[in-house]
Design a protein around this ligand. Sequence first.
Ligand SMILES: Cc1ncc(COP(=O)(O)O)c(C=O)c1O
Length: 399
Amino acid sequence: MVPESTLAQMAARGPDPLQPGFIRTPATTASVRPTVARVDTTALIDNMRAIRRVVGDDVRVLGVVKADGYGHGAVQTARCALEAGAWGLAVSLVEEGVELRSAGITAPVMVLGGPFPGSEPLVVACGLRPVVWDVEHLRRLASAARAAGGRCAVHLKIDTGMSRLGCLLEELPAVLDCFTTECADVLDLEGVMTHLACADERDDAPTLRQLDVFTDALSVFERRGLHPTIRHVCNSAGLSRFPSARYDMVRPGIAMYGSAGNTDYLLDGIRPAMTVASRVFGLRTLPKGAQVSYGHTATLIRESVIAIVPVGYEDGYPANLSGSAHVLVQGRRCPVVGRVTMDTSLIDVTEIPNARVGDEVILLGRQDTEKIAAHDLASWSGITTYEVLCGISKRVPRS
Ligand SMILES: Cc1ncc(COP(=O)(O)O)c(C=O)c1O
């Protein structure tokens, strides 16, 4: 739990009603616009169960709920993951870990992004498990733990080829020296880990090379008599494609949300947990030759019925979907016409003779037998499935 004093400090940073310019808003602002993101918590639970079935009871699962649970709501997703048997949770930022603790979540929480200078007292106070790879991380955490009279469990990250976070194999001895000589009184070396750069690429070779480096790193630990209890490597694609690399724990993110970076490697038994829906706000019949939206990138080739849909790139519906995407209305696919704008998109419903104002529009999800998947939006817009899900903005109310 987060200590009262820490919560008080955080609350103190909020807006000050005594300052000029502060406008008091109602405690709850009802959502009037019909654009919503519906999160299916049963799907989140079922997906985590499916992951657990794949890896078996001997492998722990750490549900990755960073970036507000890939847009699904971090606290809600965390609760679903734990209900389905996840051992713990992973976030990127200390702040995200504090959010989980403030919601009363007591399960292990790993901070994947590392401890930024100054965050260490909060890490220790909230009992977070930071990923570390540098002697300075260890020293700062150790002094925060000593100051608090507590301990801190850390996971040491090896850079086996992602070239992002982690220590290189040749740097490992110095980090381990620092741990054993200076920090072992207050830090627990609970885990050793790495992260795969190409787990969802068709070519296995880069992943196999990374796994070899990880094996070498583990033997350095062993030679020093260090045996971290949790060795972990795999994200969603890794756990499905490289069973021998599951070690003691896996770290699925996107699979828990029912998706995949590369749909060739979609895990069996999972389904998307998010639907993004809106409603037709207005219908207009426009003549052949009318030019549509900013830049006049689309010209109607026939008289057309165009529906106005109140969703735009500010909601995370990517601007470059223009001219390539479809939505679902009355169970049928309708093309998006012209540029998606900040707040509004236009769709061609000419083929739906009884289209009505108020009809539900599915931007992401299922309607009758049709579906628009996150990877469809990704391929239409040239971004990744991750960006589609994380990109659904806070302006879109979750239900
Ligand atoms: C270190 C680490 N582990 C696991 C994950 C989860 O990855 P995925 O969503 O591909 O399962 C991420 C996500 O970026 C990550 O950074």
